[in-house]
Design a protein around this ligand. Structure first.
Ligand code: ADP
Ligand code: MG
Length: 461
């Protein structure tokens, strides 16, 4: 059988196995893109479908496929769209990529530069990172105020402005906001990362064109360098940056820098640069409190067509604590799942959409899983781990095997240990059985969701 026919047969088989909704949502548009020794590559419409298939349906699909083909094959998913053609999966398949996380899938710059359509010549992205979209709270008040003041009067207040803080807390957003504001007022602006700066420098040294490099960086009114921590240990970059900085600064030009840590904590930073960085104002961004997180979610939602109930926003805000990019990602995920689900948001969908996230921020233990399962099916822990094979306990036990495997890092033998020293093959069997049923039985799926949500609600912060 050709791979194409095998895939068609698999789809046909799956259509029978699954609920109509599951099949239509996740598999109807799945196409076989290639099949070789590396396995079958299946193209799907978007990153959410890819995630979903990869994390939840892959085993079922693989089992069905391998029952059809003669030699066992592997299976992977890529994002694929008509105009890309079958041979080239979309590079935007990654759910964390900028085009999806910002919710600006189609907003291309009106002045595209060659190469990257999202980049203007001044390095500023047309991504909505402006002051008007920046939510101010106690965690970022100082950095915001300083950035705004610099944006209004570049070179005249804090120079340099050094913004530092952890990942996903708004440093790049603020740098862009300054850049856009200055550009709108007619200043010559350049936004760059320290990596681009370094690469530019290396290129210029290679092509012996330092004059052009200096012209580019020293003729600006406002230079914004993001993630300056990456110049640590790069001597010639530091040397050049030192001169660039001096030239701009002494001419009253503005420099804004961001870093994931304060200058003092950049150990391989030359002292003279460190002291330059500390000349102006150092403003840190802390993790946002829950009110700020709520406000950010509400602001993001204004631009969406989907209605998300307030208590859902609160669930997201409560659970995603220390990174605004993840906060947005969680909201986008809920919205995307809702769209695929016909536009409505319910608790079940939210638990599904956020399962990975919740899992990854809060680890649960096997004992907690067992307790939650026993509680859900109203049986005792002793019965769950005991030897009875009656269906009333055997099914919950298999559920416990399944959830212990998906929700904790425990191995099959370890899980067997918790369940009254059962053999790992028994655990594996139980796990696979439930994994299979989940795809076809809505009641069991609901059980899983309920147990999962009880599990994550009881985990202390
Ligand atoms: P960093 O550069 O510190 O890693 P980013 O500036 O890239 O973080 O921010 C991550 C995401 O969170 C961006 O999409 C940004 O728009 C958003 N964000 C961060 N802080 C805020 C805020 N105060 N208000 C609104 N959105 C924010
Ligand atoms: Mg950044």
């Amino acid at each position: 059988m050709s791979p194409e026919s095998a895939w068609k047969a698999t789809l046909g088989e799956l259509e029978l196995q699954m609920t109509k909704a599951t099949f239509n949502t996740w598999l109807r548009d799945a196409r076989l893109i290639s099949a070789d020794a590396g396995g079958y590559v299946v193209g799907v419409r978007n990153a959410y479908a890819k995630d979903w298939l990869q994390n939840r349906l892959k085993e079922t699909i693989l089992r069905t496929l391998n029952a059809i083909v003669t030699e066992p094959v592997d299976l992977s998913f890529v994002v694929w769209s008509e105009h890309n053609g079958a041979a080239s999966p979309s590079p935007n398949g990654d759910a964390s990529g900028p085009s999806t996380t910002n919710g600006h899938k189609h907003s291309f710059s009106s002045r595209p530069a060659a190469g990257n359509p999202l980049l203007d010549e001044d390095g500023l992205r047309n991504n909505g990172y402006r002051f008007s979209t920046f939510i101010v709270g106690p965690s970022n008040r100082l950095a915001h105020a300083a950035a705004l003041s610099v944006g209004e009067n570049p070179g005249q207040t804090y120079n340099p402005l050094f913004i530092y803080g952890g990942v996903g807390l708004g440093k790049t957003h603020l740098l862009h906001a300054v850049g856009h504001k200055c550009r709108d007022s007619g200043y010559r602006v350049l936004y760059t990362s320290s990596e681009t700066f370094t690469n530019d420098l290396i290129q210029s040294i290679r092509s012996r064109d330092m004059a052009q490099f200096r012209e580019k960086y020293r003729s600006l009114d406002v230079l914004l360098i993001d993630d300056i921590q990456f110049i640590a240990g790069k001597e010639s970059t530091q040397e050049e940056l030192f001169h660039t900085f001096n030239e701009l600064h002494s001419n009253g030009k503005q420099v804004v820098l961001s870093s994931d840590r304060p200058p003092k904590a950049m150990v391989t930073l030359e002292e003279r640069l460190q002291s330059r960085f500390e000349w102006g104002l150092m403003a840190d961004i802390q993790q946002p409190d829950v009110e700020t997180r709520m406000a950010i979610l509400e602001a993001k939602l204004e631009h969406s067509q989907v209605y998300v109930p307030r208590h859902v926003l609160e669930t997201i805000a409560r659970n995603v604590r220390n990174n605004i990019r993840e906060l947005e990602g969680a909201l986008n995920k809920v919205i995307a799942y809702a769209e695929l689900n016909g536009g409505s948001v319910d608790d079940q969908l939210v638990t599904m959409a956020l399962a990975d996230l919740l899992h990854y921020t809060e680890k649960v233990t096997v004992s907690q899983v067992l307790a939650a399962v026993a509680n859900h099916y109203r049986i005792t822990l002793d019965a769950l781990t005991g030897s009875s094979r009656s269906r009333a306990v055997a099914f919950p036990r298999q559920m416990a095997m399944y959830l212990a495997r998906t929700e904790t890092d425990a191995s099959f033998p370890q899980i067997g240990g918790y369940l009254g020293n059962r053999d790992h093959t028994t655990v594996l069997y139980g796990y696979e059985k439930i994994a299979g049923i989940i795809e076809t039985d809505a009641n069991v799926r609901r059980d899983v969701l309920k147990i999962k949500s009880s599990l994550y609600e009881t985990v202390p912060a």
